[in-house]
Design a protein. Structure first.
Length: 109
């Protein structure tokens, strides 16, 4: 079963057992994290969509580690004045293993 979750202003397609890298969530290593912002759920051809999110659905994961992402270079240049700036940035990411996708409505039936 696949789900589309939202965290850090981005959306991710996830399934159980998958390891994803998301923006820092501020949870210590080894602890559980819940994603309640689920936009879609199901298998290919049989998807259930929310408006905008699904009620009673959550995705649970376990924080594996915090890492630094690839370096992004920001370079600005102004011609004729010989002015330029070069800055680098490395975003801190959290590596999460998706442990379960829970649909409360399905469990009740």
């Amino acid at each position: 079963m696949k789900a589309v979750i939202g965290t850090g202003g981005k959306q991710y397609i996830v399934e159980e057992g998958e390891i994803i890298e998301i923006e820092r969530v501020g949870v210590p290593t080894g602890k559980k994290v819940e994603f309640k912002e689920v936009f879609a759920l199901g298998e290919e051809g049989n998807m259930k969509y929310g408006n905008p999110i699904l009620k009673g659905v959550k995705v649970e994961g376990e924080v594996l580690e915090e890492i630094k992402g690839d370096k992004k270079i920001s370079f600005k240049y102004r011609k004729k004045t010989d002015a330029h700036w070069k800055k680098g940035h490395r975003q801190i990411l959290t590596r999460v293993k998706i442990t379960s996708i829970v649909d409360v409505e399905k469990k009740e039936k």
